[in-house]
Design a protein around this ligand. Structure first.
Ligand SMILES: NC(=O)c1ccc[n+]([C@@H]2O[C@H](COP(=O)([O-])OP(=O)(O)OC[C@H]3O[C@@H](n4cnc5c(N)ncnc54)[C@H](O)[C@@H]3O)[C@@H](O)[C@H]2O)c1
Ligand SMILES: O=C(O)C[C@H](O)C(=O)O
Length: 323
């Protein structure tokens, strides 16, 4: 029987960490690609040499993309995760990465279109909602086959902070964050609970506001500690959850950047962009988009994040009109 095949473009901190999680979970053979000579080959071999301890039978291979033949090895991937690109440093926003990462995504997109146009794509490179939009433009792939990382990670942070505050098991905390994966993201308090008990019954408004703020700036908090780059362990496992749901057709409901159009676009007043909403993830990619209702305050937050994503998408449109 053919094994699943997962390609990871960008073998840096996130790509390599993800590859190790994927190998540990035996989700499929892993093909790592990176532009820096020898790095994907070396990291792939290093991860593969540890698989006897995981007791998992997967192949892990690496390919340097300056070799014109490298991307041929991506052919027929079930899932392609794109992590190639610059990471931010202290003092930068994710949007500061837009111009440089757009060029990288455009190049990666051409190769995906050429060698593996039927894969489900998971976009990680920041700003992720905008890069998902850009990758769709670069590949022309059905937007339902593309999703961006944001809510899976932001919700994991939100859940962790709530659990820490209450001294309860993280697994009993259900909480999620929607909107763009930027400082305007929307941690959604009304739908957050501990084993079904609304968090507003358990925590003061001040405490909840503190947790929301920490969640919004959770990426920046890690950047300020690391100084040379951004988070990769929590991102790695958050992407793994998405990939696992695709590969095993688990139908998990996780907030991710998804393309909104038709009635969903109208509902969210966000037609034609990718932005974080709760979706069902399966072998066909984004299999369902769930509609949430907003009260007045939530709507104001939602409109702010939508506007910010829409404005950045205009820059992508300008880029593709020239390239
Ligand atoms: N969406 C999210 O929630 C989220 C979370 C974490 C990181 N990120 C983003 O993911 C990206 C990667 O982060 P990281 O920490 O792994 O950075 P990193 O610098 O460790 O790794 C990035 C890798 O991309 C490679 N690369 C650059 N251009 C390439 C190209 N044209 N083709 C192939 N590979 C190329 C680099 O050589 C490098 O190895 C960043 O943009 C970061 O902001 C997003
Ligand atoms: O903060 C970043 O730049 C990386 C990532 O988006 C994160 O949230 O950790």
């Amino acid at each position: 029987m053919r094994r699943n095949k997962i390609s990871v473009i960008g073998a840096g901190n996130v790509g390599a960490t993800l590859a190790q999680f994927l190998a540990a979970k035996e989700l499929g053979d892993i093909y790592l690609f990176d532009v820096v000579d020898g790095v994907p080959e070396g990291k792939a071999l290093d991860i593969a040499e540890g698989t006897p301890h995981f007791r998992t039978s997967v192949e892990v291979k690496g390919f340097t993309t300056t070799n014109p033949e490298a991307y041929k090895n991506m052919a027929d991937s079930d899932v392609i995760v794109v992590t190639a690109g610059l990471a931010r440093k202290p003092g930068m926003s994710r949007d500061d990465l837009l111009n440089k990462n757009l060029e990288i995504i455009s190049d990666v997109g051409k190769n995906i279109k050429k060698y593996s146009p039927n894969s489900v794509l998971v976009v990680v490179s920041n700003p992720a909602d905008i890069m998902a939009y850009a990758l769709q433009k670069a590949t022309g792939i059905n937007p339902k086959m593309i999703m961006g990382l944001g809510g899976s990670l932001d919700s994991s942070r939100f859940r962790y902070f709530i659990a820490q505050e209450l001294g309860v098991a993280v697994e009993d905390v259900n909480a999620f964050v929607i909107g763009g994966h930027g400082d305007d993201m929307v941690p959604f308090v009304r739908y957050s609970s501990v084993s079904g008990i609304p968090i507003s019954n358990l925590l003061s408004k001040e405490k909840i506001d503190e947790i929301i703020k920490r969640t919004r700036f959770g990426g920046g908090e890690i950047v300020n500690y690391l100084k040379t780059g951004s988070a990769y362990y929590a991102p790695g496992i958050s992407i793994t959850a998405m990939v696992e749901s695709i590969i095993r057709d688990r139908k998990r409901v996780i907030p991710c950047a998804a393309y909104l159009d038709g009635s969903k676009g109208k509902h969210y007043n966000a037609s034609g962009i990718f932005i974080g909403v709760p979706i069902k993830i399966g072998k066909d990619g984004v299999e369902e988009i769930y509609e949430m209702d907003f009260n007045k305050d939530e709507l104001a937050l939602w409109e702010k994040t939508v506007l910010s994503v829409k404005n950045s998408c205009k820059l992508v449109d300008q880029f593709f009109s020239k390239n």
